[in-house]
Design a protein around this ligand. Structure first.
Ligand SMILES: *[C@@H]1O[C@H](CO)[C@@H](O)[C@H](O)[C@H]1NC(C)=O
Ligand SMILES: *[C@@H]1O[C@H](CO)[C@@H](O)[C@H](O)[C@H]1NC(C)=O
Ligand SMILES: *[C@@H]1O[C@H](CO)[C@@H](O)[C@H](O)[C@H]1NC(C)=O
Ligand SMILES: *[C@@H]1O[C@H](CO)[C@@H](O)[C@H](O)[C@H]1NC(C)=O
Ligand SMILES: *[C@@H]1O[C@H](CO)[C@@H](O)[C@H](O)[C@H]1NC(C)=O
Length: 207
């Protein structure tokens, strides 16, 4: 009888012991060059569970979101090119994130203050989580990213496990929807411009 066992395991999930080895990555792990390599490149914002009212409100307005992370390991900064779809409109932003290696955090200066997120790596190297205010039950939150616009069942399961570790519920999760993306044309245009710049540079170097 496999079923009762499965049910028993599932019902235990929301009570996951935050000290279990499965939850270890949720307690500040220092950021290394290897972790920066792991998160670099194109990523899609898949889902979030946020209790901080300001973060929650912002997350509800985002219907789709993808971005490029380009870490500079000597400067401990990450170049961020973000394509957010907010209320059917594409909003593009270029900015830099700051890395606090020892604290395991990555931060962004926005709205007059620095916002800190703890970087949480998972078993699958293609996905990662940002955790916010974990020590604060009223305001804690997690945001989940993958290298494809839709995460696999296994990847979502890893997110749900961390959610349980953080003492949060699946019912708190808000998902993005890539079908609502309005940024693809702009990304295409940016790629084309970059290609043209590269060609120009190459032809200059040839002469
Ligand atoms: C990192 O930043 C330094 C200082 O601005 C710069 O010299 C270097 O080229 C950058 N490295 C990369 C890989 O962009
Ligand atoms: C991390 O990478 C930077 C840039 O490649 C390098 O200068 C630095 O020594 C590396 N740090 C470690 C601990 O390997
Ligand atoms: C992002 O870009 C939009 C439009 O270009 C701008 O209104 C907004 O202030 C920017 N947001 C940030 C956080 O830079
Ligand atoms: C790391 O965290 C400690 C304690 O919160 C803080 O005092 C320190 O400024 C942080 N370091 C960096 C580089 O952010
Ligand atoms: C914790 O992070 C490491 C990468 O630093 C990863 O190899 C490991 O599988 C992660 N553990 C869990 C339980 O996700």
């Amino acid at each position: 009888m496999a079923l009762p066992w499965v049910l028993a395991v599932l019902s235990l999930l929301p009570l996951m012991d935050a000290h279990s080895p499965l939850c270890a990555n949720l307690t500040a792990v220092p950021i290394t060059n290897a972790s920066l390599d792991r998160i670099s490149g194109k990523r899609f914002y898949i889902a979030s569970a946020l209790r901080d009212p300001e973060y929650k409100k912002a997350s509800m307005e985002i219907s789709a979101d993808f971005f490029y992370l380009a870490p500079n390991k000597t400067e401990d900064k990450i170049e961020l090119r973000e394509y957010q779809t907010i209320k059917d409109k594409c909003v593009y932003n270029f900015s830099y994130l700051n890395v606090q290696r020892e604290n395991g955090t990555i931060s962004k200066y926005e709205g007059g203050k620095e916002h800190y997120a703890q970087l949480v790596l998972l078993k699958d190297p293609k996905i990662f989580i940002f955790a916010f205010f974990l020590e604060d039950e009223q305001n804690r939150g997690l945001t989940f990213y993958a290298d494809k616009p839709e995460a696999t069942e296994e990847q979502l399961e890893e997110f749900y496990e961390m959610l349980a570790c953080a003492g949060m519920l699946k019912s708190e999760v808000v998902y993005t929807d890539i079908k609502k993306d309005a940024c693809e044309p702009l990304e295409k245009q940016h790629k084309k411009e970059e290609e043209e710049r590269r060609k120009e540079k190459d032809s200059k170097e040839d002469t």
